[in-house]
Structures are given as structure tokens and as C-alpha cells.
Design a protein around this ligand. Structure first.
Ligand SMILES: [Zn+2]
Length: 141
């Protein structure tokens, strides 16, 4: 995925160091991630593991659609060094991919190590759902 330097740095600086895990969603214009909405509910509930709030997601996605911003995926934070998706992560990724409208067949699921770096995974839906490592490319704004 391609992301602007501003958004990359905003995500890194704004997300608190884990625990708790927090997350949010990313949107693109012209195939470059340039918008973010943080979902900080975990900072209130103190739940250790981030699971996206489907109601929150749907609200954001429909607001973005009005501004021609494409929903591109969901990121969440991990403790530094946990550079793989957990079993719970894979479960919600599969659930989200199955519940999405037919025209969305690919989403990004970046993992954020607050104050350090962001890595990315890409989920693809065809006859089944598959998850790949993804290259994170930071572009100038
Ligand atoms: Zn996770």
C-alpha cells in the first residue's frame, strides 16, 4: 500500500504504546492512503486486544463515500516486535471480508508499533480469503 508521509507519521505519533491496543481505519484518494479515523474506544474499556467496532466502521465508510474517499482497511497497534497477526486478528479479518459489499475484494490490515514503525498485510477475497505480507510505501504528500 501507498501512504502519505503525513498520515504515516500521524498514526505513529498519535497511537499510545500498547497496552491497550487501539486502531482505526484508512481511506484513499487516487490509490494513496491520505485519510485516517482513529477508533480509541479501547483506551476507555481497557481491553487488551483491539477488535474493530463494526458500527463505527460502517458510519465512517458511508461518510467517506460521500467525499469520494475509498475505504482501504483497518489498522491496529501491537506491542513492539509482535509482527504477525494473532488468531483473533485473522478471525475478524475473515469476518469483515465476508461481510463486506461484493465490490470490495481487497483490504489492508496494517499493524502499528507506536512510535516505531508500521507494517502491512493485505487480505484478498476470491473463492476464499487469503492474507499476504504487503509492502508499505511512504510517499511525499
Ligand atoms: Zn492484533
Amino acid at each position: 500500500m501507498r501512504i502519505t508521509g503525513d498520515i504515516y507519521n500521524l498514526i505513529l505519533s498519535k497511537m499510545p504504546v500498547v497496552p491497550p491496543e487501539t486502531g482505526g481505519i484508512i481511506g484513499s484518494v487516487d490509490d494513496i492512503i491520505c485519510t485516517v479515523v482513529f477508533d480509541m474506544k479501547n483506551t476507555e474499556t481497557k481491553s487488551a486486544v483491539y477488535v474493530p467496532d463494526i458500527y463505527f466502521l460502517n458510519e465512517c465508510i458511508s461518510e467517506w463515500a460521500e467525499d469520494n474517499i475509498r475505504f482501504e482497511g483497518i489498522f491496529h497497534s501491537h506491542p513492539y516486535g509482535q509482527n504477525y497477526l494473532s488468531v483473533a486478528d485473522v478471525e475478524y479479518i475473515e469476518k469483515i471480508m465476508q461481510e463486506l459489499p461484493e465490490n470490495i475484494n481487497q483490504l489492508y490490515f496494517p499493524i502499528v508499533f507506536p512510535k516505531h514503525e508500521i507494517i502491512s498485510f493485505r487480505a484478498e477475497k476470491s473463492d476464499s480469503i487469503r492474507i499476504f505480507n504487503d509492502n508499505m510505501v511512504v510517499v511525499n504528500n
